[in-house]
Design a protein around this ligand. Structure first.
Ligand code: SF4
Length: 185
């Protein structure tokens, strides 16, 4: 029997191809946890595609609440940070921590994220956050929640994701997600 995986997904473009591969290995549940998305319309657009992806792959989807104002407040003073800078590290950490906590609550065997697919994100930092969370979960005495420690951009993962997204006609945005990344594009 396949082990369970809760996979935080930022959008169908980064996450579509890799999800289509991971269902061969895991019993997959997608987790749309992206309070960083701005404006609300962007959140809705990406969610609509992730819903379509879940239906296409016939996997479960859990949707986190839209919470941009709270997300923004915790980034005060970091508005001018470059992408991959301090603001992004907090943003990665928040999404991964929520995923890890939910995986623990719901007894998933693994948690992971599609965030390492994009070359515009700091994959090594994302992976180190996942490892740290796995250790913390272990320290809390919880059994068996493991981080899926994979850099999905390896082996041309980004190029494959873009090609898959085009082929399946998913929406491809031109910015990372928050208003600060929107301004720079
Ligand atoms: S640029 Fe992307 S990763 Fe960085 S804070 Fe904004 S939404 Fe988060």
């Amino acid at each position: 029997m396949k082990q369970t995986l809760l996979l935080q997904i930022c959008c169908a473009t980064c996450g579509g191809y890799i999800s289509s591969e991971l269902i061969k290995e895991f019993s997959l549940t997608l987790y749309f946890c992206n309070p960083n998305l701005f404006p609300a319309k962007e959140w809705e657009k990406r969610l609509a595609d992730v819903k379509a992806l879940a239906a296409e792959l016939q996997v479960a989807l859990i949707i986190d609440k839209q919470d941009y104002e709270n997300w923004k407040q915790t980034k005060a003073g970091l508005e001018n940070e470059p992408e991959k800078g301090k603001r992004c590290v907090i943003c990665y950490n928040e999404r991964l921590a929520k995923t890890a906590q939910l995986a623990r609550q719901k007894d998933f065997a693994h948690f992971g994220t599609t965030l390492t697919t994009s070359p515009y994100k700091d994959g090594e930092t994302i992976l180190s956050i996942g490892r740290k969370l796995q250790t913390e979960l272990g320290l809390l005495g919880q059994a068996g929640v493991k981080f899926l420690d994979r850099d999905f951009k390896k082996d041309n993962g980004w190029q494959k994701a873009i090609a898959w997204s085009k082929e399946h006609n998913y929406y491809r945005q031109k910015f990372c997600g928050c208003e600060f990344s929107l301004i720079k594009n």
